[in-house]
Write a protein that binds this ligand. Structure first.
Ligand SMILES: [Fe+2]
Length: 211
């Protein structure tokens, strides 16, 4: 057997806890990443682990694929994900989250996939597909993470918004200053309709996504 590998790393202007929130926010994949993902279904989710089926299109080779992914937190700084492809492939992903300061972190994602020996020649293509995927989804995720961090500091609460904005009562003293982001998993989400049906991409084409 041979192992195909790829490693990507980028710095982010928000704490690593916001990045964890983003990784566990399944719903955004068919919204923010609508160009890649068409549907997903959460089969099971508890505490910091989840089992999610996802349907997507791979960049560069333009291949439609789907996988069953198990994701969990090995430690507060390490997320692991194993994606079982329908064609028998297994993609292991290690997401390292490094604290760079109160409002900054580094995300380093390492991918590996075991393949039969003859497929060793696919290494350059594998690295190209993974790096494009990482780069494209990063560009889409980054503004959302930064925005989440900004509104979080203003007192944002999921499905409630910002109280002082809702009540039109004016910005209280201290709003916008540092407020630690918790890691509370699983994340609250919009209920499926009907239950068990999964979530689908809301549209195929868009200029700007309202997330
Ligand atoms: Fe994302």
């Amino acid at each position: 057997m041979a192992v195909l590998t790829a490693k990507c790393s980028m710095d982010m202007d928000c704490p690593k806890e916001v990045v964890v929130w983003n990784y566990y926010d399944h719903e955004h994949v068919v919204g923010t990443h609508y160009k890649y993902y068409s549907a997903f279904r959460i089969l099971a989710e508890r505490d910091d682990w989840c089992l999610v089926e996802r349907y997507y299109k791979l960049p560069v080779i333009n291949l439609r694929a789907s996988s069953l992914g198990f994701m969990y937190m090995e430690s507060p700084s390490l997320i692991r994900s194993v994606q079982y492809g329908k064609l028998g492939t297994v993609l292991e992903q290690e997401i390292q989250l490094e604290h760079l300061g109160p409002e900054a972190c580094r995300v380093t994602s390492t991918y590996r996939m075991e393949v039969p020996d003859f497929a060793r020649v696919l290494q350059p293509l594998f690295a190209r597909v993974i790096k494009r995927w990482f780069q494209d989804t990063w560009v889409e995720d980054a503004p959302m993470r930064v925005r989440r961090w900004k509104v979080w500091k203003l007192g944002f609460r999921d499905f409630r918004g910002i109280d002082y904005v809702n009540e039109k009562s004016g910005k209280p003293d201290g709003a916008g200053s540092y407020r630690p982001h918790p890691v509370r998993l699983p994340l609250p989400k919009t209920p499926e309709s009907p239950p068990g049906s999964g979530y689908k991409r809301p549209f195929d084409k868009s200029v700007e996504v309202g997330y």
